[in-house]
Write a protein that binds this ligand. Structure first.
Ligand SMILES: O=C(CO)COP(=O)(O)O
Length: 158
């Protein structure tokens, strides 16, 4: 039995991407300024985010942003579930390196799932600039992800 799944299944990120926007309190103004700069591109995609961030981005940009639960109340885990279900295409998460938080385990879990499922992640304004200005943002883009079916089969074979 293998200790890790083979990463050999292709998933195609669609042209119209589902983009999660999340910022800790100490980084919210920075994320809002960033989102203002890229509004015309963000408008072409489906936006979602943790509760407070989503509301503030929606108010700032005047665009629809699906709001999940606030981060400390489980929103990071909801975003992680979207990743696991292959229903999220890009993650922009301005996490605050200066603020320990009660939901630090949730933050770590979200970043683990993004790494596991090969979802592009930007954790600060510079990486978000690079990500959102990539030609892949407006194109279909193939990523390799774990073969979940084979993983389960390998663990249930007798
Ligand atoms: O805490 C967060 C992410 O870990 C963000 O949550 P809010 O968007 O509700 O502030």
């Amino acid at each position: 039995m293998s200790a890790r799944p083979a990463r050999d299944v292709t998933r195609t990120l669609p042209e119209r991407k589902r983009i999660a926007l999340i910022a800790h309190d100490g980084k919210k103004e920075e994320l809002l300024a960033w989102a203002r700069r890229w509004k015309s591109i963000l408008a072409a995609h489906d936006l979602l985010g943790t509760g407070t961030t989503a509301r503030r981005v929606a108010d700032t940009l005047g665009l629809p942003v699906e709001g999940l639960m606030s981060g400390p109340l489980g929103g990071d885990q909801q975003i992680g579930a979207r990743i696991t279900e292959q229903r999220l295409d890009l993650l922009i998460f301005f996490w605050d390196p200066f603020s320990p938080m009660p939901h630090d385990p949730d933050v770590k879990a979200l970043l683990r799932l993004a790494a596991l499922w090969n979802v592009p992640v930007a954790c600060n304004a510079a990486s978000a600039d690079f990500m959102i200005s990539s030609p892949y943002v407006a194109e279909n883009y193939d990523i390799n992800i774990p073969d979940a079916g084979e993983w389960i089969a390998s663990r249930t074979r007798t």
